[in-house]
Design a protein around this ligand. Structure first.
Ligand code: NAD
Length: 505
């Protein structure tokens, strides 16, 4: 387990060209400065060094962006384009993302801290795949012909049918853990495929890949006003977007706290539709009959992948008591192997957490775990005096009421609890306010399906963890959210259904 780190001055690699340019907002097809002329810095979480000045979008910029998106929706070509034209443009975006994979992965690594090799293997190709996948959905905005009766109008004969239409101007608000994948892939691709126009307010913490994406979308032929991107803070740009009466729907990914505040704003305003993708405290269950050679590294990856900054991170490990000691031992060895370092180094397995605020949150939970009497198996410390590196951390001897067991930490911190029976593990697995993901490790097919049914979560991983595919819906039960991202559900969520009765006699 590392206790010191040697950091070199930041190397901008394939991101140098983009970072040398002044950064801009994208409004109505033009790259512009913020109306106020103000900027804010985005920094490298491994070194604290500045990466770029970003124009600070605020109320006036959001208003301009919404006007552009409204005009593009009401008068512009996007919703009126033939499905095949929209499909070709979305497919092209996917191609351009793959052509620029190295640069995008490097930008993501610099800005978020995640290993470059992971951004290149996961974030970037998954984003491209979502555009390729959703391009196909562009051609499926289908309704149906519905046989109707004459009860309301005796003797009448009708031709009745439904039509699916885009919902209109969509405001998207996104977090910093998978900056490009969530903003562009999970959120934009399906919204665009359905023919909507967009104003995106990305996280103020990580902006670089989505600003580079803006250039690629233009290059792919997205017409002006269809995608508008306005970096800014939650209070200001975010609240202006959620309260705007010309926005028809909000697609939000982030914390429960912000999701709830958005609902209050929307309830007091134009009652626009809302999709929420929120937090989690996902159980990962190892049964007595699990193949431990798979389950132990799988459980470690379930929490330590992306430094635990995954909404569905398997942060509560529930282990059958007959294999508990063996699993705890194995996990400790897995954690010892993890190499902490700047994301740009080839050997790095885990980078820094994203910023000082997140470091304080994670260290606060580690301290609270110790104060509440949990035993620290490994980790628990910040590493180095530069950047925000936190050791992979495992707690045992936890009880179910501790904050580290109940609350989302969003960092590399795992709690491990033993269980005795299937009834007990189902009860404990379901006993949080969340329901985003869950893992099950077993060699018994019956047990796998029994638990897959009994655990209340939007995604269940059996003998695997953190698997994502464009075609599979993703979202939460209970306080983990409303609605689904990805798959057919994400596409349909950004459409309205119109019912048409035509009287024939
Ligand atoms: P956050 O809620 O602090 O911020 C998310 C976004 O909301 C940011 O762009 C922020 O500027 C904006 N925002 C903040 N206050 C706002 C307001 N009052 N009105 C409008 N916008 C506002 O979340 P975060 O720290 O960026 O991300 C971490 C959280 O996101 C975690 O809880 C994590 O579980 C969740 N998350 C969920 C999913 C999912 O798909 N379920 C995916 C990734 C992250």
């Amino acid at each position: 387990m590392e206790t010191t780190l040697k950091l070199n001055k930041q190397d901008l690699g394939p991101a140098a060209h983009f970072l040398a340019k002044p950064q801009k907002l994208l409004i109505n097809g033009e790259f512009v400065d913020a109306v106020s002329g103000k900027t804010f810095e985005t920094t490298n979480p491994a070194t604290g060094e500045k990466l770029a000045d970003i124009p600070l979008g605020d109320e006036e910029d959001i208003n301009k962006a919404v006007d552009a998106a409204r005009k593009a929706f009401d008068e512009g070509p996007w919703p009126k384009m033939t499905p095949s034209e929209r499909q070709r443009i979305l497919y092209k975006i996917g191609d351009l993302i793959m052509e620029n994979r190295d640069e995008l992965a490097y930008l993501e690594s610099l800005d978020n801290g995640k290993p470059y090799k992971i951004a290149k293997a996961a974030d970037i190709p998954l984003t491209a795949d979502l555009f390729h996948y959703m391009a196909g959905w562009s051609r499926t905005l289908e309704g149906s012909v519905v046989p109707v009766s004459d009860i309301a109008v005796p003797g009448a004969e009708f031709h009745a049918y439904t039509v699916r239409e885009p919902v209109g101007v969509v405001g998207l608000i996104t977090p910093w853990n998978y900056p490009l994948l969530i903003a562009a892939g999970w959120q934009m691709a399906g919204v665009l495929a359905a023919g909507n126009t967009i104003v995106l307010k990305p996280s103020e913490v990580t902006l670089l890949t989505i600003l580079r994406f803006a250039e690629l979308a233009r290059e792919a032929g997205v017409p002006e006003g269809v995608i508008n991107i306005v970096p800014g803070f939650g209070a200001g740009a975010g609240t202006t977007l959620t309260s705007h009466d010309q926005v028809d729907k909000i697609g939000f990914t982030g914390s429960v706290r912000t999701g709830r505040s958005i609902l209050h704003t929307v309830a007091d305003g134009n009652l626009k539709k809302v999709t929420l993708e929120l937090g989690g405290k996902s159980p990962n269950i190892i049964l007595a009959d699990a193949d431990l050679e798979q389950a132990i590294p799988g459980a470690a990856m379930g929490i330590f992948f992306n430094h635990g900054e995954c909404c569905c991170a398997g942060s509560r490990l529930l282990v059958h008591k007959s294999v508990y000691d063996k699993v705890l031992d194995g996990l400790q060895r897995e954690a010892e192997k993890i190499k902490l370092g700047p994301g740009q180094d080839d050997g790095t397995d885990m980078g820094p957490v994203v910023n000082q605020k997140q470091e304080d949150v994670v260290m606060g939970y580690i301290n609270s775990g110790q104060d509440e009497g949990a035993s620290l198996v490994i980790g628990g410390h910040k590493v180095g005096d530069q950047g925000h590196f936190i050791q992979p951390t495992i707690f045992a001897d936890v009880n179910h009421d501790m904050k580290i067991v109940q609350e989302e930490i969003f960092g590399p911190v795992l709690t491990v609890q033993p269980f005795d029976s299937m009834e007990e593990v189902v009860k404990v697995a379901n006993d949080t306010v969340y329901g985003l993901g869950a893992g099950i490790w077993t060699t018994n097919l019956g047990n796998a399906h029994h638990l897959a049914k009994a655990v209340r979560a939007g995604t269940i991983f059996v003998n695997c963890y953190n698997v994502f595919d464009a075609a599979m819906p993703f979202g939460g039960y209970r306080m983990s959210g409303w609605g689904r991202n990805r798959g057919k559900e994400a596409f349909e969520a950004f459409t309205e259904t119109k019912a048409v009765y035509a009287k024939l006699n």
